[in-house]
Design a protein around this ligand. Sequence first.
Ligand code: OAD
Length: 241
Amino acid sequence: MIPPLHLTGSSKVLVLTGAGVSAESGVPTFRGIGGLWEGRRVEEVASPEGFDADPKLVWRFYSLRREGAAKVAPNPGHHALARLEERLGDRFLLATQNVDGLHARSGSRRLVAIHGELFETRCEACSKPFHDEQTYFDDVPRCPTCAARLRPNIVWFGEMLDPAHLSRIGRFIETAGRDLVFFAVGTSGQVYPAAGFVDAAREVGGQCWLVDVDPSEAYAARFDHVVRGPSGSVLPALFGV
Ligand code: OAD
């Protein structure tokens, strides 16, 4: 049973999504695969230390993820968020921890990809990120300008999030105040700072919703409403879109 959601003309909606939103598209979640890839801890292939130790391995990991993400499509959960944005305009902001690009493909535009983008590459030394759908299985690509290594444009474990992204989210929360309705969808709430958005939303008097097929008790305890179910059917029903 989904509790009724009342949005008024002044409500401002901030949504944080995690790997669970893409699960119904066929993208495996992090904790779902036991945090392991080919027997290695995900942190080993998704960290600056991992890249220094074996850049070829890290590029193979992300090349496989690029191949996987290219084959999948947005699901009804992604589409529901895009339709809610159409209705709310600037009173909507979507922060995603997912790097698969599915929110943008389903039409979300007021979107902050806080953990980076799978289909972007950047030079370790000199360049801005650029769109890149290539895979690199044999060699570590090099920057055509300065010959430094190119790396995936992903925020790895131990790295800082883009401060511009965090301040955009922080401003949205502060400006909304008591009009804020915050949703966390398909995220286990284990990785900060995203896991702390719910606390910031509560601090300004916002209303907080968690949508997750199997929420952890500790994370769920910080929300006003917890809806247990798959985002692909819960979000369209909740938003009436
Ligand atoms: P997790 O894999 O930790 O959590 C996924 C959550 O989605 C779990 O709580 C599941 O119960 C839930 N879930 C699974 N299928 C679902 C469905 N169909 N509908 C709704 N919920 C569902 O993924 P994240 O919380 O996104 O960081 O992980 C956060 C970050 O940790 C990731 O962005 C990544 C990772 O290491 C980086 O890569 C920097």
